[in-house]
Unconditional design. Sequence first.
Length: 398
Amino acid sequence: MNNNTRFCKSTQQGDLEGLKIYLVVGEPSGDILASRLIRAIRAKQPNTEFFGIGGETMQAEGFQSLFNIKDLSVMGVMEVIPKLPVILRLRRAVLADIDRVQPDVVVTVDSWGFINSILKILKSKGNTIPKVHYVAPQVWAWKKGRAKKAAQLIDHLMTLLPNEPPYFEKYGLDCTFVGHPVIENTANLPTDIPRLRAKAGIPDTARVLCILPGSRHSEVSRLSPIFIECIERLAKEIPNLFLLIPSVEAMREEIEGYFKHIALPYKMVVGQQARYEAFCMSEFALAASGTVSLELTACGTPHVIAYTFNPLTNLIAELLAITKYANLINILADRFIIPEFVLRNCRADLIVPEVLSYLQSEEKRNKQMEQASEQLAKLKPKDMLPSEKAAEVVLNAI
């Protein structure tokens, strides 16, 4: 059976009973994706059982994770090395659990570094369970060779961006553009902002700045000191700043450890709904590079993004990068809309003047959001919600 036959549209989905789906998720952004996938699959097949590893948003859907994914949320070559013994132990646990469960399909989500190694071992064992990967490896940014390797390890790829399938289809891998989950994650945004601000204890005269130093330990430890330096410099120019700091529960204590001594009023919030409320209440945001930029755009919150590794990893990233941009909005537009301060340019002395220029110009803030929203519209599939499309692909794999 070739891939095209396996993944043709099925008219039999209503007859599927007692399905077992194994999910492998390694970081918070994938956790949100997978939680919506679980919900969409249950809407089609209520008796489906889910196994594997995931985060707190999946657990809110009743998913029981094999272990806490916090130890897998690491980026950067040098950053991974100290975690290798733990990562290898967790990988063995996942592989043993797949053997135990014998699922109908394995669905891996993002975190290609960790997942790639699992898929290689499954292939070496001759495992024939259908394998669907959700979120394409960013071959358009670096390591184009990963497209060919992915085609050898998985049966179907679900992409978030409309321009990604051709990179993989030329190697015979079936792909489906399912759309980006930010489209539905932010579908019901709050509208009564004055009420939300009053509830959060934010003064009417405050200029609200949203601070997002990341969702991984490695990101938070590198970016928090830089963001704090930015805030301290901004406070000298904008005296009535109020900080909103969204976090996932697993990182709350660590993030607050960095910001609790800052001489500005702030409020930390946890949870997806509280996160979007914080975005909508904020005049501007300083954020780690990633999916959060799309979320901020969907909420109408102008922002800049920043990211850095340790000096050696920065050098490696600069050598391997094959794209001009780090931000997805900029990649879709093929021009700078969202200011980027990445790698060696992730410095307070460069970031602060740019943030100030936006805080001092409503026209500039509005222009950024107008242009960014045009790009965001490209991430919506035409016929259904992203999670519904993804659920259809997974069920067709069985």
